[in-house]
Design a protein around this ligand. Structure first.
Ligand code: ARG
Length: 564
């Protein structure tokens, strides 16, 4: 039952108004003493030619009785409605209990495809914390859309092609060794890459040599490609370790190199459509009419660029997946690149350019020098995750030394804390890492929500076998329980809202609100020690909250341990 709608129906009938008008006038008062719903009569004054308080009075007199309403009050120009609490709690709780994990799911996305391009780190470079955001936000957006019935395609658009690989090959041939690369992986590749830059400053011939090697790669030279593939495999192995820890998966690893043989026809198409122009030996698409610098398509030396591959990728994805939306996650500083390449697609005459969406996010900053930076000044994601697990382990040893599975739980909580911290604020805001804050079990944190979930699990475990049949919901009328019901009621809308805004923080924040309401409920109401019917009804609340919290955390990519 939709209470607001039912109230509007009664009002429409009593005041002889169209239902839509009544519905759009009904308010939810900020102050609970003004009821669950309120109907202001100011706007009716003109129609009825009476003072609003008098109209309010008359409406109430004419209104039919309804058993879901406990009380109606006229206060000045307002008609205030108080719902029958038992009817309300029964409606919400029985729905959650009946639908279980499916509560909040919908099929509004049925038949629609969303391509999500996220994480997308660069090969032969360390997986640093900047890519954490793309990974975590993209993963949550994926799961949230899946929950709404969309068909999601998760793509890792690896940065695995470009002139930098020519440099890496030269570096390896001059200063690398097989053993060192095998032993130290990306760290070693990074070291020789940095060395290349130092040396090239003294000897510019190295740059020419690097360009030559990249040309060889493009031409399919075996030696060049074997080395490139080796660097690729080493990098992927390291990236996958991080993805495993984060519990993140992709449907396709189609990085930039995937588009090598697909770019030529696209360049041809640009030429045929007369949008390609020569400029100082390079080929560009002019974007002056959009007040943007030109989009570079082919370099003077014949090389293709990041944008060339992105334009090609967009066309490929449209053809392959026929997406309704293609979402790409990167830091804010790539805004211009996306605006430019979307406009090129527009100029090509594809009206689906509107369905390409760049989803930017803020930077990651580190709280003082506390994070381990044993590999120079980049903070590696893997180190960060291990450190989170270690810090969590210390807290658990202190709080719950006899816990079973400490190792697993430290992982779930430590990694969960990092993900939660990242998803707590609007994505455009910068994220600050502070162990103290993000691991605070009492703050607005991942561990707090997980701990609340574990508390609910433990209550249920102690309750033993319980039946959820024939619950006397009318016994639940206290404020904390009603607050929980309101939050549970709003949960499905929050998922929708998060999807519409591409903003997982909507879900994150709602989970904190549920956890806070649950802790208040737990504090105010005896559960296991209360009388039969009350006990049963309160346990039903615990089940409902536990179910929604676990599912909500899952949407964010966070585990919900039963004990911690
Ligand atoms: N590899 C890029 C980077 O690290 C991100 C790629 C994002 N996806 C895309 N289609 N451009 O900045």
């Amino acid at each position: 039952m939709d209470f607001k709608l039912e109230v509007a129906r009664l009002l429409a009938k009593a005041a002889d108004l169209p239902l839509e008008d009544a519905l759009s006038t009904v308010e939810i008062p900020a102050n609970k003493t003004m009821g669950d719903f309120a109907f202001p009569c100011f706007r009716l004054a003109k129609v009825f030619r009476k003072a609003p308080p008098m109209i309010a009075q008359e409406i109430v007199e004419k209104m039919e009785k309804a058993d879901f309403i406990e009380e109606i009050q006229v206060v000045g120009a307002y008609v205030n409605f108080f719902m029958q609490k038992g009817v309300y709690t029964q409606q919400i709780l029985s729905k959650v209990l009946e639908e279980k994990e499916s509560y909040g799911k919908s099929n509004i996305g049925h038949g629609k495809t969303i391509v999500i391009d996220y994480s997308s780190p660069n090969i032969a470079k360390p997986f640093h914390v900047g890519h954490l955001r793309s990974t975590v936000i993209g993963n949550a957006i994926y799961k949230i859309h899946e929950e709404l019935g969309y068909h999601c395609v998760g793509i890792n658009h690896l940065g695995d092609w470009g002139t930098q690989f020519g440099k890496l090959i030269v570096a390896y041939r001059n200063w690398g060794s097989k053993d060192a690369v095998e032993l130290n992986g990306i760290q070693e590749l990074m070291r020789i890459y940095v060395k290349f830059h130092d040396e090239a400053e003294k000897n510019p011939l190295l740059d020419d040599e690097a360009r030559l090697w990249f040309v060889k790669m493009q031409e399919g030279d075996e030696e060049a490609l074997t080395l490139w593939k080796w660097f690729y495999d080493i990098s992927i192995k390291e990236f996958e370790r991080v993805y495993d820890m984060l519990g993140v998966k992709f449907d396709a690893y189609t990085g930039e190199s995937f588009y090598n043989d697909k770019m030529a026809p696209v360049v041809e198409e640009l030429r045929d459509k007369n949008i390609l122009k020569e400029s100082e030996g390079a080929m560009i698409v002019d974007l002056e009419d959009k007040n943007m610098p030109p989009c570079l398509i082919i370099r003077k030396d014949g090389g293709t660029l990041y944008a060339t591959r992105d334009i090609t990728a967009a066309l490929y994805r449209k053809k392959t997946y026929d997406f309704d939306k293609c979402i790409i996650l990167t830091a804010l500083d790539q805004n211009l690149h996306f605006a430019q390449f979307f406009e090129v697609i527009h100029k090509m005459g594809y009206d689906w350019y509107k369905d390409l969406i760049h989803v930017p996010f803020g930077l990651v900053s580190l709280d003082s020098g506390k994070l381990s930076t044993r590999h120079g000044n980049v903070v590696l994601m893997e180190d960060l995750l291990h450190q989170a697990i270690g810090e969590t382990r210390k807290i658990i040893e202190e709080k719950n030394p006899t816990l079973e599975n400490k190792e697993l739980v430290s992982e779930q909580v430590g990694i969960g804390a990092i993900i939660f911290n990242d998803l707590y604020n609007g994505r455009i805001k910068d994220v600050v890492f502070s162990w103290e804050r993000m691991l605070n079990f009492d703050g607005e944190t991942g561990p707090y929500v997980q701990y609340t979930h574990a508390r609910a699990c433990s209550i249920l475990k102690r309750a033993g076998d319980i039946s959820l049949e024939n619950i006397s919901f009318d016994l639940i009328t206290d404020e904390a329980s009603i607050d929980i019901c309101k939050l549970l009621e709003a949960y499905p809308e929050k998922i929708m809202d998060a999807a519409n805004k591409l903003e997982p923080s909507v879900v994150t924040r709602h989970l904190v609100a549920i956890a806070q309401a649950f802790n208040k409920f737990y504090h105010d109401n005896p559960i296991l020690s209360s009388e039969d019917d009350v006990r049963k009804a309160r346990l039903a609340i615990v089940v409902a909250v536990k179910t929604v919290m676990k599912e909500g955390l899952r949407l964010l990519g966070i585990d919900a341990p039963e004990q911690m």
